[in-house]
Write a protein that binds this ligand. Structure first.
Ligand code: HEM
Ligand SMILES: *[C@@H]1O[C@H](CO)[C@@H](O)[C@H](O)[C@H]1NC(C)=O
Ligand SMILES: *[C@@H]1O[C@H](CO)[C@@H](O)[C@H](O)[C@H]1NC(C)=O
Ligand SMILES: *[C@@H]1O[C@H](CO)[C@@H](O)[C@H](O)[C@H]1NC(C)=O
Ligand SMILES: *[C@@H]1O[C@H](CO)[C@@H](O)[C@H](O)[C@H]1NC(C)=O
Ligand SMILES: *[C@@H]1O[C@H](CO)[C@@H](O)[C@H](O)[C@H]1NC(C)=O
Ligand SMILES: CC(=O)N[C@H]1CO[C@H](CO)[C@@H](O)[C@@H]1O
Length: 350
């Protein structure tokens, strides 16, 4: 009896855990993207990626955070065109050389390159690096305990990298307050709910002292809970320390709504996190996500689906890179398309 009951519970849990949040009806797709893009050319792409990432995360779940952040940076700077993956040392000064990218995990780039090889072996060179990064970000969320959701596909890889300045202009800083973050993200058509939901990405992963020491030195931020502040000072005893700490003290490796519970308790790590609770414009959204994880998941999926379509290249634009770290050397359109592509993706991002 007991065992029948527990297997019933197990099955019930599996059904709940694996029922995907579908957003296909509520988010309009950019022309050229589709929910079934590789159905004919590479039907196994998503299962190949998931299988490999499961293995990677079993060894180190921290890699999920690295992959999620790579997709976010890719999309915010010059659109989701895998430009963030271009290796600065071979392509000239690139996104990777701008300060916010100094802390992107090298291992995330390596994992994406490995996925590129696995997918190529299965299907040939038909899946873009930008799509691999988008699927990997989704799997990072799901395999860390977050929502399951479909990702529209059909992105192509950009031929140009973003300059250091363009990167800096497009990535918000952790020292910014909510009103600055809201203004910056409104330019990319994100509303307050999107901004709060996306910030929930900080429910996993790590941060270096440099990202939050403004809240400790020279004077302590009054919106920082006292015991939490002491812990942070242990990790970062002086300014310019290079240690890291977890973004979410309650459940550092689990994709859940605890990040918002932290904010309500004034245990958010960055100014840009905590101020979402301090600012009356976003406080109620934070509180609602702290109370209702399903609501957070639903809004997170909507915002990610929007983010995943920022400035995408589709159709015959861009290319499918053979190596995600370098653009194809055999692309005859290279010079001609550089100019066209830049104009277009900047316009779309504005
Ligand atoms: C709203 C503006 C945002 C700001 C100011 C911001 C800033 C930062 C900073 C400074 C770090 C720490 C990097 C380090 O010191 O190593 C970080 C980490 C992280 N961010 Fe954000 N972020 C923002 C939005 C997002 C979004 C939209 C996502 C994804 C949906 C995201 C996902 C992550 C993840 C997963 C990490 C941990 C990375 C790791 O462990 O390697 N962030 N973010
Ligand atoms: C980049 O930004 C800095 C500081 O705003 C400016 O001095 C520099 O000229 C810019 N460089 C380019 C190439 O636009
Ligand atoms: C946010 O920061 C900006 C720039 O430092 C400042 O002008 C503004 O007053 C701040 N807003 C709030 C609500 O604190
Ligand atoms: C911080 O880093 C130093 C070395 O740079 C190390 O000795 C110390 O244990 C670290 N502290 C924490 C809390 O990680
Ligand atoms: C930290 O670095 C900044 C910029 O490099 C410097 O101005 C500041 O004096 C340093 N602070 C400490 C405590 O070393
Ligand atoms: C991809 O390019 C990078 C950077 O040039 C290089 O280090 C790496 O070996 C290449 N990978 C493959 C599989 O060719
Ligand atoms: C991911 C990464 O660390 N990329 C580059 C960041 O910038 C430094 C310094 O310019 C480079 O050495 C890294 O390759």
């Amino acid at each position: 009896m007991a065992s029948r009951f527990s297997s019933f519970v197990l099955i019930a849990c599996l059904v709940i855990a694996s029922s995907p949040v579908h957003v296909s009806s509520s988010v309009p797709l950019k022309k050229g993207l589709s929910w079934s893009f590789y159905e004919k050319s590479c039907p196994k792409v998503e299962s190949v990626i998931r299988k490999h990432l499961k293995k990677v995360f079993e060894e180190d779940i921290g890699q999920a955070a690295g992959l999620l952040r790579v997709h976010f940076h890719d999309c915010f700077v010059k659109g989701c065109d895998a430009s963030v993956l271009l290796d600065g040392s071979t392509s000239g000064p690139s996104e990777q050389d701008a300060p916010p990218n100094l802390t992107l995990r090298r291992t995330a780039f390596k994992i994406i390159d490995d996925l590129r090889e696995l997918v190529d072996k299965k299907c040939g060179r038909v899946v873009s690096c930008a799509d691999i990064a988008a699927i990997a970000a989704r799997d990072s969320v799901y395999l860390s305990g977050g929502p399951e959701y479909d990702v529209p596909l059909g992105r192509r890889d950009g031929l140009t990298f973003a300059t250091r300045n363009v990167t800096l202009e497009n990535l918000p800083a952790p020292t910014e307050n909510a009103s600055q973050i809201l203004t910056a993200l409104a330019k990319k058509h994100f509303d307050a709910t999107d901004v709060v939901a996306l910030s929930g990405g900080h429910t996993i992963g790590l941060a270096h002292c440099g990202a939050f020491e403004n809240r400790l030195y020279p004077t302590q931020d009054p919106t920082l809970e006292k015991t939490f502040a002491l812990d942070l000072k242990d990790v970062c005893p002086t300014a310019n320390y290079t240690n890291t700490t977890v973004n979410d003290i309650r459940s550092p490796n689990r994709f859940d709504n605890k990040y918002f519970v932290n904010l309500v308790h004034r245990q958010g790590l960055f100014t840009s996190d905590q101020d979402l609770y301090e600012d009356p414009t976003t406080r109620d959204i934070v509180t609602s996500f702290a109370k209702d994880q399903e609501l957070f998941f639903e809004k997170f999926v909507l915002a990610m689906t929007k983010m995943g379509q920022l400035g995408v290249l589709t159709g015959t634009k861009g290319e499918i890179r053979a190596n995600c770290s370098v653009r194809n050397s055999d692309n005859p359109d290279f010079l001609a398309s550089v100019v066209e592509e830049d104009v277009e993706s900047y316009a779309e991002l504005k």
